[in-house]
Design a protein. Structure first.
Length: 346
């Protein structure tokens, strides 16, 4: 087992960077085995891998990524561009991408883009390619819905939510199915119609949820109330909720995310309208605290971990096979029914 007492670098008395030969000597394996571990190959016994990793830790060994890139043609680095790091869905998606990339032996270089302009996106792409990444993921790519934006060639790309023109591989939750489940649940409970608190109009996910809400009501022959828009925050849901509370015919609300649903519930409570006895409320995302709302929130659960896995799998397919994956991969959501929905009062 690798220990400091058997550290060949320490024994030499020299202050130098540890080499693969040092790691191999300390772990009692060949240099080729160390190379396989460093390059995250699968043909290494788990116990042997653990010994090599322990030796690397003791020696403070750092792989020469530049030299490895010359041999393999890969930097083991994935660039990620995100437009809104504060949004819950984006944060969970980034977490799932990072986890899936790490398991595949890749690191993440995150580039936050504040200005949603074509120039800002192109500059972010340029900066990431200069920093030597093997591929790039774009999260919530509103701007890719415009036909004028063209991303640089030569770097594998995967889009998470966006690119309605289908120019690049896309991985996303089936937003339409999630919205359909939410609206159908409320209609099946007996509500005459469902009001909608939508997300920002420049969000592809918000647009798909709003469009499906509208289409589901039309298909059921239900009246279509005017849509209200928020900005994903509970504060915006609260402001919309104050207005909706004055609607005498309001009995059901579908909010495009859980935070806005929380704001709606608070506003209804302050106006004396109980959830779900007077108004049923459904959210979207199934955030960790949604079961602790008062009442616990009925919501659409998104499989963020699976989105990250599909995203990295798509990107690695392009990196390793030099070809794009199918244009769209969808992860299916599910409805989680809790206490914020009920049949309407007679």
């Amino acid at each position: 087992m690798a220990t400091e007492e058997t550290n060949p670098v320490a024994k030499s008395g020299r202050k130098r960077a540890a080499t693969r030969a040092d790691v191999a000597a300390l772990a009692g394996v060949s240099a080729q085995t160390v190379s396989r571990v460093v390059n995250n190959r699968t043909n290494v016994d788990p116990n042997t891998r653990a010994e090599v990793l322990a030796a690397m830790s003791v020696l403070g060994y750092r792989p020469n990524t530049a030299a490895r890139a010359l041999v393999t043609g890969q930097f083991r680095m994935i660039g990620v561009i995100s437009f809104d790091l504060s949004a819950y869905g984006n944060a969970r998606t980034l977490e799932s991408i990072s986890t899936a990339a790490r398991r595949a032996g890749y690191s993440i270089n995150l580039m936050g883009v504040e200005a949603s302009t074509e120039k800002a996106v192109q500059e972010a792409f340029h900066e990431l390619t200069v920093q030597a990444v093997d591929g790039i993921v774009v999260v919530q790519a509103q701007l890719l819905d415009t036909p004028t934006l063209r991303l640089p060639y030569g770097v594998p790309v995967v889009i998470i939510a966006g690119d309605e023109h289908q120019r690049y591989p896309v991985v996303d939750t089936n937003q339409a199915e999630g919205a359909r489940l939410a609206v159908a649940h409320l209609l099946d409970l007996g509500h005459r119609t469902v009001w909608h608190v939508a997300g920002p109009q420049d969000s592809p996910s918000a647009r798909q949820r709003a469009e499906t809400w509208h289409a589901t009501l039309k298909a059921a022959g239900a009246p279509v109330p005017p849509v209200s828009y928020g900005d994903w925050t509970a504060a915006s849901g609260y402001q919309v909720g104050l207005r909706l509370a004055d609607e005498a015919e309001l009995t059901a609300v579908f909010a495009a995310n859980d935070q806005m649903a929380l704001g709606v519930i608070r506003a209804l409570h302050e106006r004396g309208r109980q959830v779900p006895h007077d108004v049923s409320v459904v959210g979207f995302d199934d955030i960790p605290d949604s079961d602790s709302f008062l009442p616990p929130l009925t919501t659409v659960h998104q499989e963020f971990e699976q989105v990250g896995q599909e995203c990295i799998a798509s990107l690695l397919h392009q990196i390793n096979h030099d070809q794009q994956t199918p244009p769209r991969a969808e992860v299916q959501p599910r409805l989680v029914v809790r206490d914020s929905t009920a049949t309407p009062r007679a």
